[in-house]
Design a binder for this molecule. Structure first.
Ligand SMILES: Cc1ncc(COP(=O)(O)O)c(C=O)c1O
Length: 413
């Protein structure tokens, strides 16, 4: 496989032209990534040239509407799905909350919903509240000792009462890629819907919805090098069963059915820049033959993933002799480059502070996966784990700085 050209990549991110990002080794990517230049350009263009009520008769309102349509169309093309199946909301937390409310049409008294102990609160709390309102049962797919999920535990929870299974594609703490295909294969013949949280997965591997065929799939574009939005695919046959959550007069726009909020127009318009970023990167690395944006995103994302996996494997090797416990597996086999760890010698906050002194950004805490940490035996969830989360623009030199600093701070205790 071709190598990712890091000079090309880093040139596509204006952040690196500024003093603080230039000197910081940034490993807080799971909290939000830097933004690619074409996205910023489109965002600026909307706010400077088109910042009006879109879709009106005047030329400027028309231009604003066109820019927003381009953002929506590009997102659907990048995902390889019909535009009507893509809800754009302000965040994934908001989108899943809206989806859970819409699911009141299919979850009734005596039914049940399964959530995992591995998920971010965004894909648990909304379902817990739904079950409470509907007098339905909430079941927790438990994690194993190392934080991973075992499909046998899910199978034991499945019966005729289950209407929805909510799971993460890869957790923002554990990093293991979960067997979503297997879960769908178990659920679909029984008429159970599968809602997938791809927020932590998508920055590392662009979601392949046409292959995976989930009932619903959410991720957040502020972690995939773009603006602060939540993207939610809802399969048409699933959407048709649910209570719409939009204004009644917008019902004939399928993409608005689960849009209860109306997010920032400029942020939607700027999503077109993500298509430009993937497209330019495809042309640079692979060639400029005509192909769909979906195929380009998949191909480029494979290069990004490969690069991240290589430098993350180097990281795991470099810290192997330290008294650290990694949540999940300690190899890159079947996991994303997102490593959460604790030390038997130092608090997570002490490690984070030592890294910060060396101009390395890597945070600590529970990252809103509080329930996971509680079940994984991290007793002080406030101190939580140190999380070193990678993006494709990180370099091996930056990784070496993290390794050196973690070794040095452990040598000092
Ligand atoms: C795995 C995971 N799911 C869901 C969310 C919530 O996403 P948002 O901030 O868009 O609501 C996050 C945010 O960090 C996350 O990491």
């Amino acid at each position: 496989m071709k190598k990712l050209d890091l000079d090309f990549v880093r040139n596509c991110f204006p952040a690196f032209e500024h003093p603080l990002p230039a000197k910081t080794a940034f490993f807080e990517n799971a909290g939000g990534s830097y933004v690619a230049r074409p996205v910023l350009e489109q965002y600026m263009h909307f706010y400077s040239a088109n910042k009006v009520q879109p879709y009106g008769a005047s030329e400027i309102c028309h231009a604003a509407g066109e820019q927003m349509d381009a953002g929506r169309n590009t997102m659907a093309e990048l995902l390889g799905v019909d535009k009507g199946t893509v809800t754009i909301g302000p965040s994934t937390t908001q989108n899943f909350n809206t989806l859970a409310v819409a699911c009141q049409a299919i979850v009734h008294q005596g039914d049940s919903v399964i959530v995992t102990q591995q998920d971010h609160e965004a894909n648990i709390g909304a379902w817990e509240r739904l079950c409470h309102r509907q007098q339905a049962d909430l079941h927790h797919w438990p994690i194993e000792k190392n934080g991973e999920l075992d499909i046998a535990q899910l199978e034991a929870l499945i019966d005729d009462s289950v209407k929805v299974i909510c799971m993460t594609h890869s957790s923002n703490i554990v990093g293991t890629i979960n067997p979503v295909e297997q879960v769908i294969a178990i659920a679909r013949p029984r008429g159970i819907r599968v809602v997938v949280d791809g927020v932590s997965f998508a920055p590392h591997q662009w979601p392949d919805i046409p292959t995976l065929l989930p009932d619903a799939y959410g991720f957040s574009t502020y972690k995939t090098y773009a603006t602060h939005l939540g993207i939610m695919f809802v399969a048409a046959d699933f959407a048709d069963q649910l209570d719409p959550q939009c204004h009644y007069f917008n019902l004939h726009y399928p993409e608005k059915r689960f849009d209860a909020a109306g997010p920032d127009h400029a942020s939607i318009a700027a999503l077109d820049g993500l298509g430009v970023y993937f497209s330019n990167s495809y042309d640079h690395h692979i060639g400029n033959e005509a192909t769909t944006l979906y195929e380009k995103a998949q191909a480029v994302s494979a290069l990004m993933h490969n690069h991240e996996s290589e430098i993350c494997a180097h990281f795991l090797q470099g810290i192997a002799s330290l008294p650290l416990t990694i949540v999940g597996r300690d190899t890159m086999n079947g996991r994303e480059a997102n490593i959460a760890l604790t030390s038997s010698k130092l608090s997570s906050s002490a490690m984070s502070e030592a890294l910060a002194k060396a101009d390395i950004a890597a945070g600590h805490g529970d990252f809103y996966a509080t329930r996971l940490l509680e079940h994984a035996g991290v007793s002080n969830t406030e101190d939580g784990v140190l999380r070193v989360s990678f993006a494709h623009y990180n370099t091996q030199d930056e990784v070496d700085r993290v390794i050196e600093t973690l070794n040095a701070v452990h040598a000092g205790v």
